[in-house]
Design a protein around this ligand. Structure first.
Ligand code: ZN
Length: 283
């Protein structure tokens, strides 16, 4: 998230190092002609539940009573309305919250219900619509920070997920939440996630040629040069497998899927994809 410093320069919150004289600001909304004041919050971690600590990235927060101008791209209310207009088929409004509908049926399947085969075309279309909506929300969350982070949820097969539970990356601090979330998931392997990351090892076949795989990483590293990585798998001789084979180092992708596991040896998270619409090239 960015803010305008009184010195006339716009900074990304992650650029402000501890001890920097810039920290105290004053900071303003970077929207053209907008007078809202911002305050800098450094990166921190806080306890969430018994064992886990959650890292929060450095960010700016709205710190006065002023409202963003109606044309300001940091106006959360105006952005919510725009998202709702542009993604009417995937978004539902619940009070101040937008719910992204993902996964057939909004109620959890009963254990006794037989699993219906899904027509591939419908799945493809649905991934495409959810991907497009999710990326648009992610851009708004990147820009606006906390107010947008709290007002977007995902509903997948009757279960609601916060935006933090659903969306990961591309920076190391955010992506480092991915593997703990996969290890901690209660319902086996079917927790929907959107992950943005950079290709570290391009797509290739494993030695038995039973899987195409690519290794992904964050755009930066954690303190101490520690890299954060995860894997993507697809079956060879499928459209998803062919697409994964074209992944080349340093390209950035968004990946959407619910079939997550982790590698026994490295303990890194892994995603299996079946549809090309689960993949979107970002840069
Ligand atoms: Zn503003």
């Amino acid at each position: 998230m960015k803010a305008l410093h009184a010195n006339g320069q716009i900074y990304e919150a992650s650029e402000i190092r501890s001890g920097s004289a810039l920290k105290s600001g004053p900071w303003f909304c970077p929207g053209d002609g907008c007078e809202v004041r911002f305050k800098f919050h450094r990166a921190a971690s806080y306890a969430a539940g018994d064992a886990e600590r959650v890292a929060r990235q450095a960010t700016f927060v709205h710190s006065d009573e002023r409202e963003h101008s109606s044309e300001c791209p940091f106006n959360a209310k105006a952005e919510r309305q725009r998202l709702l207009n542009e993604h009417a088929s995937t978004l539902i409004r619940r009070g101040e919250t937008l719910l992204l509908m993902y996964g057939a049926g909004s109620e959890p399947a009963k254990p006794s219900t037989p699993v219906e085969p899904r027509p591939a075309g419908a799945v493809r279309e649905q991934y495409a619509a959810v991907m497009s909506t999710a990326l648009d929300i992610a851009r708004v969350v990147d820009r606006i920070g906390e107010p947008a982070l709290e007002s977007h949820w995902v509903r997948h097969q009757g279960i609601n997920y916060t935006w933090r539970e659903f969306s990961y990356g591309p920076d190391a601090q955010d992506l480092s939440r991915l593997t703990p979330s996969v290890r901690g998931q209660v319902t086996a392997k079917t927790w929907p996630r959107l992950v943005r990351a950079v290709v570290h090892n391009g797509g290739s076949l494993n030695s038995s040629e039973s899987w195409v795989m690519a290794r992904m990483t964050a755009v930066d590293t954690l303190p101490g040069n520690k890299a954060v990585k995860f894997w993507v798998f697809a079956r060879p001789n499928t459209d998803a497998g062919s697409l994964l084979l074209t992944f080349m180092a340093e390209q950035t992708y968004a990946l959407l899927g619910e079939w997550w596991d982790f590698m026994t040896r490295t303990e890194e998270a892994s995603l299996t994809i079946e549809q090309t619409s689960q993949v979107s090239r970002l840069a």
